[in-house]
Every structure is written in C-alpha cells, then in structure tokens.
Design a protein around this ligand. Structure first.
Ligand SMILES: [Fe+2]
Ligand SMILES: [Fe+2]
Length: 143
C-alpha cells in the first residue's frame, strides 16, 4: 500500500500557477504520467507501457503548443525563451524515452523523473506567464 502511494503523482493545489486552462492541462498531464507509472509498476507488456509513454508525450507536445499559441496571442515578452525551453524539454523527454525503450527502468525511477520533469517546468517557466495571460482576459484559478 505504501509503495503504491509513493508511486502515485499527486496533483496538489499549490501546483496551480493560477491560470485555469493550463492548470487543468497540467493536472491532466499528471494523470497521463500516472498511467505510465502504473503500467510499469504492474509489469504490463512492453508494448502497452510504450503506448502509455507515447500517449503522455503526445499530450505534453499538445500542451506545449497550446501554451505557445496563447503566449503568442497575448504578446508575452518571454515567448521566445519559453518556446526554447519547451524544445529543450521535449528533446530531454525523447532521449529519456529512447533510453527507457532500450533499457527499461523501475517504476520509482520513472516516477521521480516525470515528477521533476513536469513540476520543474511548471514552477520555473509556466508560473512566469500568468500575469501577462490573465491581463489579456484569461481565467484565473481560485487558489
Ligand atoms: Fe505547462
Ligand atoms: Fe510551458
């Protein structure tokens, strides 16, 4: 029981950056990340695990694109830097996935990587666009 709890990525209210649409997407990415971690933890067939990983990657790519469109529309001053950060994060993710496919890791290791990967970008980069996006009519999350 304790192991299962430790391996679950819990979405916490203080992970919200205060912009409703993207807080919802971030929470959804946690859900897809948990599907990857669970598939590994349950020793599902490699093809199923890889399917969950590709699903997560696709949702991360779609989320990054949504943010980039919204930042561009809002005239966000750090758009170029943020887009470069997305590209670097995706490169890092693709490398991690390729390494995982050639040499699978334990669920706890993948949990640690995905937690740092998702939260790191949310707290370091995404939190900075909130004031610009909300000033242009975005919805604030009540936190
Ligand atoms: Fe984000
Ligand atoms: Fe972002």
């Amino acid at each position: 029981m304790e192991t299962e709890l430790r391996l679950h990525l819990d979405w916490k209210p203080n992970y919200c950056i205060g912009y409703e649409r993207f807080d919802a997407e971030h929470e959804e990415l946690f859900m897809f990340a948990n599907r990857v971690i669970e598939a590994i933890h349950e020793n599902q067939a490699q093809g199923l695990v890889e399917g969950e990983i590709i699903n997560l990657q696709n949702h991360i790519e779609a989320h990054f694109l949504n943010e980039e469109i919204t930042m561009a529309e809002a005239g966000y001053g750090w758009f170029t830097e943020h887009r470069a950060a997305h590209k670097a994060e995706l490169d890092r993710l693709r490398t991690y996935i390729a390494d995982f496919i050639s040499k699978p890791l334990e669920a706890a290791q993948v949990h640690g990587f995905l937690e740092r990967f998702l939260l790191g970008h949310i707290q370091r980069d995404d939190s900075r666009y909130v004031s610009t996006l909300t000033a242009r009519g975005g919805m604030l999350t009540e936190i």
